[in-house]
Write a protein that binds this ligand. Structure first.
Ligand SMILES: C[S@@+](CC[C@H](N)C(=O)[O-])C[C@H]1O[C@@H](n2cnc3c(N)ncnc32)[C@H](O)[C@@H]1O
Length: 218
């Protein structure tokens, strides 16, 4: 288990909380449905248009392949795959790989990129529909913190169970009070918001031995 930043190319939270209009309970309720409103609706309820940008993913998947020295036939699972952007770039980089994606959002899966749609399914991170040790790499980017604490722990156990080698999570986290306050102004969907040290405790309690990095807001 190690902190490793493979996500330098993923959009950062720096300077973003100040731009966000004040969040209401109704905004959170709508966002947490992970439907059209969250991905492609008003900015108040999520992304305000969730579109494929190779600059976020092409070098990110190369980082993952190189860091974990994935063989060309590697099996890779993306939990919270949304419209399949990361898997799309894995497919370009490693055409022989066996790819799978799962997301709780039927809207995202139905609106996924055509090239990867056949590998995607609707499902929940807390109960992965895969046998033990199915994947060489299991990834969950900004997904598992959307579950309440006990289920979030369960999702880490699930990642551990279906991985035969590597796992990598990115989660909303804060290092100090200023970051916690900024996070509270920013977060629409997270149910489990922890300090970096509390996340590390949760990883250990769940028996998660994979790697991790933090998504912070400043
Ligand atoms: C912040 S988005 C991140 C999407 C993508 N991983 C990325 O980094 O661009 C969170 C994703 O997690 C999905 N999600 C939320 N709760 C989930 C759950 N319990 N199981 C699986 N997916 C979930 C949402 O539908 C959404 O696609």
């Amino acid at each position: 288990m190690a902190e490793v930043n493979l996500m330098q190319h993923y959009p950062a939270g720096k300077g973003r909380a100040a731009d966000r209009p004040a969040i209401t309970a109704e905004d959170q309720r709508i966002s947490k449905q992970f439907g059209r409103d969250y991905f492609d609706g008003d900015r108040r309820h999520g992304y305000g248009g969730f579109n494929y940008h190779p600059r976020f993913w092409t070098d990110t998947v190369r980082n993952m392949r190189d860091h974990y020295q994935l063989p060309e036939h590697a099996a890779v699972l993306d939990i919270g795959c949304a419209k399949g952007f990361m898997l799309h770039d894995f497919q370009l980089l490693m055409p022989q790989a066996r790819l799978a994606g799962i997301d709780v959002s039927r809207y995202a899966i139905e609106n996924a990129l055509d090239a990867v749609k056949p590998f995607l399914q609707v499902g929940n991170a807390k109960a992965l529909p895969f046998p033990d040790q199915s994947f060489d790499l299991v990834v969950a980017i900004n997904t598992i913190h959307n579950l309440p604490y006990a289920e979030c722990k369960q999702s880490l156990r699930e990642m551990q169970r279906v991985s035969r080698k590597h796992a990598f999570v990115m989660v909303d986290a804060f290092r100090n009070e200023a970051q916690r306050q900024a996070m509270l102004r920013w977060v629409l969907t997270a149910e489990t918001m922890l300090s970096t040290s509390d996340w590390q405790k949760l990883f250990a309690e769940a028996g998660y031995t994979g790697d991790y990095t933090w998504w912070t807001v400043e």
